[in-house]
Design a protein. Structure first.
Length: 217
């Protein structure tokens, strides 16, 4: 039997959360062990599992990206779920560090799959997430040199400066210089890289953009 994966659910549609919790317990190893109507309520609670499903649009006036940031700062991983589809919010919560995005039109099996991936340390990109990021029209993609792109690819997958230096047969200080140039270019594009997960998100955006411009059969 698969080990139990505990998650939290934040949504002001509490009846939906309760129904979801019952289904998850009956059909999977995922357990929704606590629920809350707001991020503030959840963070004040005693039970705080690492993985949190967060409704994109809460009715308390909080902004989606702010909610994601608050949860990440408190040490949680955030799977955003929504019944609405607005590109700008999807982009913002991705940049804030949400690990996955899922539309509520999906079956609950899709949520279980995403939670399993996150629990295993992966960063799943659902079809819903890919669609929105591919349609990101903001002209904020800085031009990177081939070497800068190569290093972004490696640092975005979690490689250390020393590991990258060994791969490229150069010094860690050279790697740091290239990374500094990448950060500077994103700063000028008004999309600063302020935390390690930003490298991952910039890499994911570029991969999706590449697939959109050069689709494979």
């Amino acid at each position: 039997m698969d080990p139990v994966i505990e998650i939290a659910g934040i949504d002001d549609a509490l009846m939906d959360l309760q129904s979801k919790a019952v289904w998850l317990e009956a059909k999977s190893e995922v357990r929704m062990v606590t629920t809350a109507a707001s991020v503030e309520e959840f963070l004040q609670g005693a039970v705080r599992p690492r993985i949190v499903t967060l409704d994109l649009h809460l009715n308390n006036g909080t902004l989606p990206a702010d909610n994601v940031t608050a949860l990440i700062d408190a040490g949680h991983q955030v799977v955003v779920v929504t019944v609405l589809a607005q590109n700008s919010y999807v982009e913002e919560v991705t940049e804030a560090g949400a690990v996955a995005y899922l539309h509520k039109s999906n079956r609950l099996e899709a949520l279980v799959s995403v939670v399993r991936d996150v629990h295993a340390g992966e960063v799943p990109t659902t079809a819903d997430h890919a669609y929105h990021l591919r349609h990101d029209k903001r002209p904020n993609r800085p031009h990177l040199s081939p070497r800068e792109l190569e290093i972004l690819e490696m640092v975005g997958t979690g490689m250390t400066h020393k590991a990258i230096a060994r791969r490229l047969d150069c010094s860690p200080s050279t790697v740091a210089t290239h990374i500094g140039k990448v950060r500077e270019k994103y700063d000028k594009a008004e999309r600063p890289i302020t935390k390690p997960t930003d490298y991952r998100d910039r890499l994911r955006e570029r991969r999706l953009e590449r697939d959109r411009l050069d689709p494979k059969d």
